[in-house]
Design a protein around this ligand. Sequence first.
Ligand SMILES: Nc1nc2c(ncn2[C@@H]2O[C@H](COP(=O)(O)OP(=O)(O)OP(=O)(O)O)[C@@H](O)[C@H]2O)c(=O)[nH]1
Ligand SMILES: [Mg+2]
Length: 374
Amino acid sequence: MSFFSKLRDRLTRSSSKIGAGLDDIVAEGAVEKDDAPEAAVAVSPAPVPAPAPMPAPAPERAPEPERPAPPAPQEQAAPRPGVLGRLFGRGTSDTEPRRELDDAMLEELEEMLIQSDMGVETALRVTANIAEGRLGRRVSATELKELLADEIARIMTPVAKPLPIYPKRPQVVLVVGVNGSGKTTTIGKLASQFKASGKNVVIAAGDTFRAAAVEQLQIWGKRAGVPVMTAPEGSDPASLAFDAMTRAEAEGADLLMIDTAGRLQNRQDLMEELAKIVRVIRKKDPSAPHNTLLVLDATTGQNALSQVETFQKLADVSGLVMTKLDGTARGGVLVALADRFGLPIHAIGVGEQIDDLDAFDARDFARALVGLDS
Ligand SMILES: Nc1nc2c(ncn2[C@@H]2O[C@H](COP(=O)(O)OP(=O)(O)OP(=O)(O)O)[C@@H](O)[C@H]2O)c(=O)[nH]1
Ligand SMILES: [Mg+2]
């Protein structure tokens, strides 16, 4: 299964209710309008041979001639375009209900986007962009989804960047985040993927708080054929990071991925410990860590925004990985993050298996989020 299909399936199944929300918004408004199918004939006096049945409500006014054709060229070839299809230059989707894009509809759209954790500011701007030049027009849910996907993709495209690989050896990748966000799993997945692409990878199990975290990494390490450096439980993670750098250098490793213990933003002591890890790594290589990945759990919704703020202060976050997009109705938070911080989003996770993590693709994400096919 392609990553897009997986993303779309999982986002639509358990997450983004955006697609369904848009269907509802349009359907609701279309029903409210008291324009029965016959009205379509009334407003289109031109004789139409073999009119197709038209469950869709009629437009209340003549469509504007400069209206761009919706991006569904294949539908033009539909055998029975119908009256509305001709009016709007559309084919089969003329059976879709349409609703006039007015203030009430925009408010509902805004509300729905805010509920999907897109954040108030981003939701307002996205809605305003959709409204621009289209007020008073009648749109179908599919058109609305296309418009929304385009807006989201426009916000996300500048941040969709795979983890950059530098010529520096070893390239040090420090992985940080709050408890349970998916750091260890993400390291396992990334290490396996880099190893499979021919990179020489070393992992440092810098979560010295929990023995289970070390075991978890060792399992991933075995699976990927990647050495995992560990230290006794309770020992100083900064000194493990230092030792790991020494070993990675000695072995000529391409990548050193350093796992860290989960830390909540309000645990000052743990946050200082993180700063210490960075200081110690820099003693070995002033340009390290070359990447500081903040792993965020999509199910935390808006809280992800404050996590970015806090970790940025301490650890100079260079990029984000968003996990658990398969288990949440809050996928919109990724749009808010991109809009607010502009930090690169390197990868997204949609499950617990190794191939459930992939590079972030703005267009795929936008279309999956609103429930459109690729
Ligand atoms: N559904 C789903 N589960 C995930 C994903 N990524 C990680 N998980 C699960 O989330 C749980 C926590 O993941 P970990 O990788 O242990 O998280 P962590 O950030 O290392 O946790 P701490 O070390 O305790 O801070 C595990 O059960 C993972 O299997 C994902 O993309 N989707
Ligand atoms: Mg962990």
